[in-house]
Design a protein around this ligand. Structure first.
Ligand code: SF4
Ligand code: SF4
Length: 144
């Protein structure tokens, strides 16, 4: 008796542009890293992440509190599914960035592991933005 090879998962057979919205959404590991404020070094164009999260991020769950309306609720927030020309600013662990670069999902990804327990999220170090925060004081070395 021969066994049928397992069907490869959708993210290995489709390009990002071919994904349905549910497929796209399922690739997000919920790390919350993209919701951290960033600074750009004017001289080097280097992107510097801070530990200061968007005020609409629920840090314990790393979920947006107004996800479906995020682009109108927060100026500057992007709907990556609708508009994905710029992935370079995404953290190196982000599934969209990894796949855009021709890579694969890491073994801790919820789609492979079955849960989000091992996702390297911002839960333990992010703080919420507020008016008196000076972002330059909150630059972080990226943690993967
Ligand atoms: S960085 Fe990528 S994987 Fe993490 S929450 Fe943002 S979109 Fe999702
Ligand atoms: S509006 Fe929501 S998705 Fe957008 S940066 Fe803020 S918390 Fe993240």
């Amino acid at each position: 008796m021969t066994t049928k090879p397992n069907k490869p998962p959708f993210w290995r057979t489709k390009s990002l542009a071919q994904l349905s919205q549910p497929e796209w959404e399922s690739l997000c590991d919920g790390c919350g890293k993209c919701c951290l404020n960033k600074l750009e070094d004017e001289d080097t164009d280097e992107l510097l992440y801070t530990n200061v999260a968007c005020s609409l991020l629920d840090i314990p769950s790393c979920r947006c509190t107004r996800y479906t309306e995020r682009c109108t609720a927060m100026p500057g927030c992007l709907d990556l599914y609708a508009d994905f020309p710029y992935w370079h600013w995404l953290p190196v662990t982000c599934a969209y960035r990894l796949l855009a670069q021709g890579g694969d999902l890491p073994d801790w990804h919820p789609l492979l592991r079955g849960n989000g327990d091992a996702v390297p999220s911002v839960r333990d170090f992010a703080i919420l933005e507020h008016d008196s925060i000076v972002l330059e004081d909150h630059v972080i070395e990226w943690l993967n």
